[in-house]
Design a protein around this ligand. Structure first.
Ligand code: HEM
Ligand code: CU
Length: 537
């Protein structure tokens, strides 16, 4: 079945019919769509828990019981991190666009790809089942010794994380192999779209870091079930060891979360500025640099956990290094827009939101990397604000930029532009109301993870909760118009944005084999003709 189809009405969606054809599909695009639906569903579930957390904090005094509150924020965090933000961009959008952007028919191991999806669903079900069987109250970090001693469903939840990890590792392996082996003739590394450099760097972290969380959760389960002392002092273990293991994975994991978002922003900013990206090589290699440095900074989560002053000093210094490749990207995106012909469509609005919010998130990370500041701000709402500015202000905004950008290609239908802008505006305003206030609360000393607070924190908490309603409204509108557009949206042309990467040269939606004949690549990914001003390859 080589490139033989010239029937233009057949595409990957209607090529085969019935639920079974989806459940057994080996098509990377269908698998990407299946990931998209699953992860967006979990985004909604995690979002509902977030609204409940904010509801409790609307005013002092209990609304839910303290125990219920603990379960809400744990499930919110665990679902958002492990079932939404880590998988969604690589597994949904990466799966769909990686093969197309290198001019290939599929990923290197299509069966493994499908298996990864099933593993993902299995892990997610285990985690979801922990909700039904009483919930978990440890926080998404599962810190010991509490996680050894609590009577809640820690075993189910950590098994879920363990299984989900395999899905990520296998997807990462698949992507690294695909990029090395299946690039079309002429598609050199330096002609790859920057989204793929980001996905490549991410895949390397996924393969190298994820086994560590797998082993850590396995040890935790062994300690709970067999009472072997790894982490609990009562059994002769060391709780700080858990923190080392946990962050040895979870700091690199925050780059699993952000790098793909950065990759999307590189695509969207060039496409909507109609300009060659400024500093292609710098942006590409900074992804690899970030991936490398991400492995040697984990101790910045443990400045107050009995680390030696020397270790603290070194981790502080190394953490600050991350800012260099990060700032290189921010600079180059900004320079790309300079004198560009900018069109403020929804994807670009989300990309600009990313730029603005991620910069605040990254800069506050630098504050926290300074030990003397972190000692005061550790475990306060300042931390909550910092990581939401990077994870939601960064990754989620990048994801939504990419989702709107690629929606016409994936489903052959346009989303409604006016509603897109409205939803983006609501989300942006709501986001800042929800989380900027938390920097302030943290600075005033409000601790994180408490179900109640002192009266002096009330006004800012009210503002924060009201902000969460704006976000909720914005996201609800988006969910509705996306589903509406699947059936009623205006038909999309091949290239509604004038993009220059390979996916814009094929039909919307693509055929099962992507290309009618194998493309031969002779130019770089961002050749916007006469507006090309940087003179780079
Ligand atoms: C310039 C880059 C960054 C720097 C310098 C930085 C620095 C830090 C530091 C020092 C902390 C520890 C604060 C404490 O607990 O006392 C921290 C916490 C955190 N950061 Fe970042 N960060 C950066 C980017 C990111 C990114 C890109 C993400 C995610 C996408 C992220 C997610 C988090 C999370 C989730 C926590 C809190 C974890 C927890 O205790 O639950 N950070 N960051
Ligand atoms: Cu970190």
């Amino acid at each position: 079945m080589a490139y033989d189809s010239n029937d233009h009405h057949k595409n990957y969606i209607n090529a085969e019919k019935g639920i079974w054809s989806w459940m057994t599909t080996l098509d990377h695009k269908r698998i990407g769509v299946m990931y998209l639906f699953a992860t967006m569903f979990f985004f909604a579930v995690g979002g509902i828990f977030a609204m409940l957390v904010r509801l409790e904090l609307f005013k002092p005094g209990p609304f839910f019981s303290p125990d219920t509150y603990n379960k809400f924020f744990t499930l919110h965090g665990a679902i958002m991190v492990f079932m939404f933000i880590i998988p969604i961009i690589p597994a949904a959008l990466g799966n769909f666009f990686l093969p197309i952007q290198i001019g290939a028919k599929d990923v290197a191991f299509p069966r493994l790809n499908l298996l990864s999806w099933y593993i993902f669903v299995t892990g997610s079900l285990l985690l979801v089942f922990s909700i039904v069987s009483g919930g978990v109250d440890t926080g998404w970090t599962f810190y010991t010794p509490y996680s050894i001693r609590t009577a809640t469903s820690v075993i189910l939840a950590t098994l879920g994380v363990f299984v989900l990890g395999f899905s990520g590792i296998l997807t990462g392996l698949n992507f690294v192999t695909t990029i090395h082996k299946l690039r079309a003739p002429g598609m050199t590394f330096h002609r790859m779209p920057l989204f793929l450099w980001a996905i490549y760097a991410t895949a390397i972290i996924q393969v190298l870091a994820t086994p560590v969380i797998g082993i850590t959760t396995a040890l935790l389960v062994m300690e709970r079930v067999l009472h072997i002392g790894f982490f609990d002092p009562k059994l002769g273990g060391d709780p700080v060891l858990f923190q080392h293991f946990f962050w040895f994975y979870s700091h690199p994991a925050v780059y699993i979360m952000i790098l793909p978002g950065m990759g999307i922003v590189s695509e969207v900013i060039t496409a909507f500025s109609k300009k060659h990206i400024f500093g292609y090589h710098a942006v590409a290699y900074s992804s690899l640099a970030i991936a490398g440095i991400s492995f040697i900074v984990w101790g910045h989560h443990m400045f107050v956990s009995s680390q030696s002053p020397l270790a603290n000093f070194l981790f502080s210094l190394l953490t600050m290094l991350v800012a260099i490749p990060t700032a290189i990207k921010v600079f180059n995106w900004t320079a790309t827009m300079y004198k560009g012909s900018i069109s403020l469509k929804t994807p670009m609005l989300y990309a600009l939101s990313f730029l603005f919010l991620f910069t605040i998130g990254g800069l506050t990370g630098l504050f926290l990397a300074a030990i003397s500041v972190d000692v005061h701000l550790h475990d306060t709402y300042f931390i909550v604000a910092h990581f939401h500015y990077v994870m939601m202000g960064g990754t989620v905004m990048g994801l939504l930029a990419g989702l709107h950008y690629w929606w016409p290609k994936m489903f052959g239908r346009m989303y409604p532009e006016k509603w897109g802008k409205l939803s983006c505006a609501l989300t942006f305003i709501g986001f800042n109301l929800t989380f900027f206030t938390q920097f302030w609360l943290g600075k005033m000393g409000m601790p994180r993870r408490y179900h109640d607070y002192l009266p002096e924190y009330t006004p800012l908490n009210i503002a924060s909760t009201v902000g969460s309603w704006f976000i909720g409204a914005g996201m609800l509108i988006m969910f509705i118009y996306f589903i509406w557009s699947l059936f009623k949206g205006k038909r999309a042309s091949e290239n509604p944005w004038g993009g220059k990467t390979l996916e814009w040269t094929i039909e919307s939606p693509p055929t099962t084999h992507n290309f009618h004949k194998e493309p031969v690549i002779t130019t770089g990914p961002y050749e916007y003709g006469e507006l090309k001003t940087t003179g780079e390859a």
